[in-house]
Design a protein around this ligand. Structure first.
Ligand code: PLP
Length: 468
């Protein structure tokens, strides 16, 4: 062990120094990338509202939704899908951010709902999303939720495992209805999701579906294979494999499947997922990887355009009618439009290593994606100050595992400062926990006005279900 430490120490010093140089030159230093500005007082501001004032008024931690950025990001995706065949739709992935006040804005833009749990299906119904604009995915569908989905006549209940087929059939028959059903294709052997294509399981399920035609209709082939993709190759490759399967279903079973659902996973220019190697170095040696460069990612119309072109060419070459395309973006629509504000309680000096910044937001309660993604952050009171010092930014749980980011270059941080964490709109609030502290409030800001869309979770809420 001592020998290992002896070897790793200089290596880790070298790698951290290199990471510092990357952070110093990072192209993410401009708040305008998130539609944010610097106020006349020199503070970070959202839609004309000073972020420090928001923390004064609503406390910390605080999630802030930038409504006009949300609408802009939503429209970019909708526009990009416009050239797709009739019947194509954008469905927002509820698990990415299920704050109702945010979902309402997204639905107002004509975007539907992609749900993966009974709760999310219930929420979509409560928000009055029509069945025509809902796809029900996921592993944990209950009988009761399948009954709701069939009653709502959702666009597709996508089967993940063979046992679901009989369950959906039984429920549809008991309701005297015909359920619209899809098949999730397991294209990657590394994933537990979907039905195996090469082994023939997926085709067998389609065959049984076709034989149960009185109560089941095969409407959709679905896959979801990547996360935060910066280029369209993975989507395109999987779409062509799915089309190959669609052609087989047509030739073997005589069934034309009208919808191809290519899932989510469209990246955002301002974050990136760490590669396996970067993650290993971050966990082992606390080396923060190279920041993403926003221009590495094509705009959404070119990204989707490449996939749609490949689909069109494949169908033309096989004389297939082009299916309508469903997409299920999550991160791409909400990531940039929300930020997290967190107050610094203390800066602890440590001899022999970076200082610790104690905040009230760490990965074990609120910033789960920071575990494996690069997220930009600013000092809300001095967003353009030069970054000169390395810090470990920590949460408020009593464990060294509750970090927000390690070896992060920032301007000098002082107790009372507020940190603004970017791209908090994807998997922050939906993955947040009430581990020792209640979940924070969410405010939405537009045109110089703010509105609380979620109150801070009251203590009573945490114990509400207890005692039967
Ligand atoms: C999570 C998920 C999505 C959305 O993923 P993003 O990476 O946020 O775009 C879409 N479809 C399914 C089935 C999912 O599980």
């Amino acid at each position: 062990m001592r020998i290992l430490n002896h070897l790793l120490h200089p290596l880790s010093r070298f790698l951290v120094r290199r990471s510092c140089a990357w952070q110093r030159r990072s192209p993410l230093g401009d708040p305008a990338l998130w539609g944010l500005a610097v106020s006349s007082a020199g503070h970070l501001s959202v839609s004309g509202i000073d972020t420090l004032d928001l923390v004064e008024r609503y406390g910390s931690p605080l999630l802030v939704v930038h409504r006009s950025q949300l609408v802009e990001d939503c429209r970019e995706v909708v526009r990009a899908l416009a050239p797709a065949p009739q019947g194509s739709q954008v469905l927002y992935s509820y698990k990415t951010n299920s704050t109702p006040g945010i979902l309402e804005v997204i639905h107002e833009e004509g975007v539907g709902a992609e749900v993966i749990s009974p709760y999310e299906l219930w929420l979509a119904e409560k928000l009055q999303v029509p069945g025509e604009r809902i796809v029900y995915n996921g592993v944990g569908k209950t009988e009761e939720s399948i009954r709701r989905a069939i009653s709502l006549n959702v666009l597709a209940i996508n089967i993940d495992h063979v046992e679901e087929l009989d369950l959906i059939h039984r429920v549809a028959r008991s309701l005297g209805r015909k359920a619209r059903v899809g098949v999730r294709l397991g294209l990657a052997s590394s994933s537990q999701l979907g039905l195996d294509v090469p082994g023939g399981e997926a085709l067998e399920v389609c065959r049984r579906l076709a034989s149960l035609g009185e109560h089941l209709e095969l409407t959709c082939l679905h896959f979801n294979v990547v996360s935060n993709a910066k280029s369209p190759e993975a989507h395109t490759r999987s779409a062509l494999e799915a089309l190959e399967f669609l052609a087989t279903v047509k030739s073997r079973l005589g069934v034309t499947v009208p919808l191809l659902d290519i899932g989510g996973g469209f990246g955002v220019p301002t974050t990136k997922n760490m590669t396996g190697r970067e993650y290993a170095l971050y966990r082992l040696l606390r080396v923060l990887p190279r920041p993403p460069s926003p221009d590495e990612m094509a705009p959404m119309d070119r990204f989707l355009g490449a996939i749609l072109d490949a689909v069109g060419e494949f169908c033309a070459s096989r004389d297939l009618r082009q299916p309508a395309i469903l997409i299920e973006p999550g991160r791409r629509i909400t990531s940039r439009a929300e930020l997290l504000l967190t107050r610094v309680h203390s800066v602890k000096r440590r001899t022999g290593g970076p200082d610790f910044v104690l905040t009230d937001a760490g990965r074990l309660t609120l910033t789960f994606p920071a575990e494996f993604q690069y997220h930009e952050m600013f000092l809300a009171g001095r967003p353009t100050a030069e970054r000169t010092r390395l810090y470990h930014v920590m949460g408020r749980l009593c464990t060294s595992a509750d970090w927000l980011v390690r070896n992060r270059l920032l301007p000098e941080v002082r107790a009372g400062d507020v940190l603004a964490v970017m791209d908090a709109g994807a998997y922050f609030s939906s993955c947040s926990t009430n581990f020792a502290f209640p979940r924070p409030a969410v405010v939405m800001v537009e045109d110089g006005r703010e509105r609380v869309i979620r109150r801070e979770e009251p203590f009573e809420h945490l114990v509400g279900p207890d005692g039967g």
